[in-house]
Design a protein around this ligand. Structure first.
Ligand code: 5RP
Length: 234
């Protein structure tokens, strides 16, 4: 008997997305995240013909929704959302997430905060003991403040890089701002403290720490099994 090949990362992302599909009901107003895991979800929503509408968290997600004929809403059109579903770059055991690998952290946080329930879909390899060590924490800043914010973060112990497209120019978000990727050797000790400290730096628009926002995580392992995690429930 030969051991089964582990699933590819993409197949695992699809498994997590399909698990989240089961949480969606006709008539819901959704928050629609950004990234490759969410793309699987959007495809599955369209394939199943669910009657839903959603606020996209990036121009890329909005363009894909339009391609799939999914109804798009603007945040000012809705009081709250029933459910937001998004990927993550890292997740700790308290279900604090880091997001923004795709540069959409600001709109993603706005949408997560206006949703009754926020569900993260990802693979189990994104679970870490401490955030910000193996994957840097994205921080969106106004262009004018990129230098001073970088200096303050370095003084605090972060290794900081301005995000660029390869050797090319700085990456700019959908809001027209650059991104700093900040890595803390050994990881971030207290994400709640760090989120407040970073937010208080003049010129910071948003940081990718999602503290006390995730209600549920669906994480696919290499056999395609999906772990369902909720904060405080082990
Ligand atoms: C975009 C994000 C994404 O959710 C995150 O980068 C995960 O992406 P993927 O699903 O492609 O692994 O935060 O800003």
């Amino acid at each position: 008997m030969t051991a089964e090949e582990p699933l590819t990362i993409d197949a695992r992302k699809r498994a997590a997305a399909l698990a989240a599909l089961e949480l969606i009901q006709d008539g819901m107003q959704l928050g629609l995240g950004t990234g490759s895991t969410v793309e699987h979800l959007l495809g599955a929503i369209a394939e199943r013909g669910l009657d839903v509408a959603g606020v996209p968290t990036s121009e890329a997600t909005e363009a894909y929704c339009r391609e799939l004929d999914l109804r798009v809403l603007h945040p000012s059109e809705v009081e709250s959302l029933d459910l937001a579903i998004d990927g993550a770059d890292e997740l700790d055991h308290a279900l604090t997430a880091t997001k923004g690998g795709g540069g959409a952290l600001l709109r993603e946080k706005v949408v997560a905060a206006m949703s009754e329930r926020f569900v993260v879909i990802a693979t189990t390899d994104k679970l870490v003991d401490r955030l910000g060590h193996s994957f840097p924490l994205p921080i969106e800043v106004v262009p004018f403040a990129a230098g001073p914010v970088t200096r303050r973060l370095r003084e605090r112990g972060y290794d900081v890089q301005l995000r660029t497209a390869g050797e090319g120019p700085a990456v700019v978000t959908d809001n027209g701002n650059p991104l700093l990727d900040a890595r803390m050797v050994g990881g971030i000790e207290d994400p709640a403290v760090e989120e407040l400290w970073i937010a208080a730096l003049p010129g910071v628009v948003e940081c990718g720490l999602f503290v006390d926002l995730v209600d549920h995580a669906l994480l696919a392992d290499e056999d395609g099994r999906v772990l369902s995690l909720e904060p405080g429930v082990s």
